[in-house]
Design a protein around this ligand. Structure first.
Ligand code: ZN
Ligand code: ZN
Length: 354
């Protein structure tokens, strides 16, 4: 069953969906465009695209979706809604109030509502990846790993965080990434204790940990990984913290399987860190879904009520951050298989001292 058919199954007579966020429209139609309107009724779906996208879109979307070129959008939408007998249109809750008001002006004779149910349904459908989607993410991950391997050879005292980040970005692009998956993090020394630090002109020194969190985009899909390496040497405490984070990640990887509550996946990693005495220094969630967007449903947090499903791709990224001193994070991506999970990340994880 296609994603559109699954959404149609949730509609009752007189209801329709209007999908306007680019990421959901792309997901449902397979065609990326910055603007467009996808109207879904119980039996049919119509994609409205303007002159910039119409020709390419007509060829790219599956035959089950009709494509119309927008001329007088308001009239065209009203005509399609009339044909599909839609009186009530639900749109996504991610849109702005301004966009919602725009839609209401566009469809003055229909009831237009932003509905959490549509957003939640799309999040849940999108979280389960097909083999083709997983393949894009795997290829993005291979690109990121190949870039890391080269960049490790360039890291030495005196190199700046910004240079490391730039080299990762450049090498990912050179190896076929369409873009970077998000703003690359490369932070050294005391700044490694900032989970979302921004790379700057801090120079790498002997005895530093460097945390690198980065990913590539391939086929529209994102990868996400973090590796922490030491430069010159690592103190006993640095080694202890590193091994604790690695053990925490291994504990979570061990338990992840379909049917496991996300909160328990988080718990497995957190327990290891708490037992080692660093509980208060692991101040973020254990992981998140990845796909067309870098942060997707579900989240591996203590507050999550979600349960893992086969086909989902999530990160496992515990960390320990000692303020003003150093931090360690290790992040892999896994694909939930019927019996457990397959690690999509191949980069080595034993402590590397450059
Ligand atoms: Zn990451
Ligand atoms: Zn992540």
């Amino acid at each position: 069953m296609t994603a559109i058919e699954r959404l149609q199954g949730k509609l009752t007579a007189g209801e329709g969906y209007l999908v306007i966020t680019p990421v959901n429209r792309r997901y449902l139609t397979g065609f990326p465009s910055s603007l467009g309107y996808l109207l879904i009724g119980k039996e049919e779906a119509v994609l409205f695209l303007d002159g910039r996208y119409f020709e390419a879109g007509s060829k790219a979307v599956p035959a089950s979706i009709q494509v119309e070129q927008t001329r007088k959008l308001s009239e065209q939408l009203a005509a399609a809604a009339g044909r599909m007998k839609i009186q009530k249109v639900y749109t996504e809750t991610e849109i702005s109030i301004r966009e919602l008001e725009g839609l209401r002006r566009l469809l003055p004779n229909l009831q237009v509502e932003a509905r959490e149910g549509l957003t939640a349904a799309l999040e849940s459908i999108r979280s389960v990846k097909s083999a083709g989607e997983a393949d894009c993410i795997r290829r993005a991950q291979r690109i990121a790993e190949a870039a890391l391997e080269e960049v490790l050879g360039l890291i030495q005292p005196g190199v700046t965080e910004a240079q490391i980040a730039l080299e990762l970005d450049y090498r990912m692009r050179k190896k076929g990434a369409e873009d970077t998956a998000f703003d690359t993090i490369a932070v050294a020394g005391p700044k490694s204790a900032l989970p979302h630090g921004v790379p700057g002109d801090v120079q790498v020194q002997k005895g530093d940990f460097i945390v690198m969190d980065f990913g590539a985009v391939y086929g529209g899909y994102r990868s996400d990984m973090t590796r922490t390496v030491a430069v010159g040497y690592a103190t006993d405490e640095m080694k202890k913290v590193y091994e604790t984070v690695l053990a925490a990640q291994a504990a979570a990887l061990e338990v992840l399987r379909p049917g496991l509550p996300c909160a328990e996946g988080d718990r497995a990693a957190r327990e290891v860190i708490e037992k080692a005495g660093y509980g208060e220094y692991f101040n973020h969630s254990t992981g998140h879904g990845v796909g067309l967007e870098i942060h997707e449903y579900p989240n591996l947090t203590s507050r999550s009520e979600a349960v893992l499903e086969a086909g989902q791709i999530v990160t496992v990224e515990p960390g320990i951050y000692l303020p003003g001193r150093f931090g360690v994070r290790i992040e892999d991506m896994v694909w939930l298989t019927p019996g457990g999970c397959e690690n999509l990340t191949a980069a080595p994880k034993a402590l590397t001292i450059l």
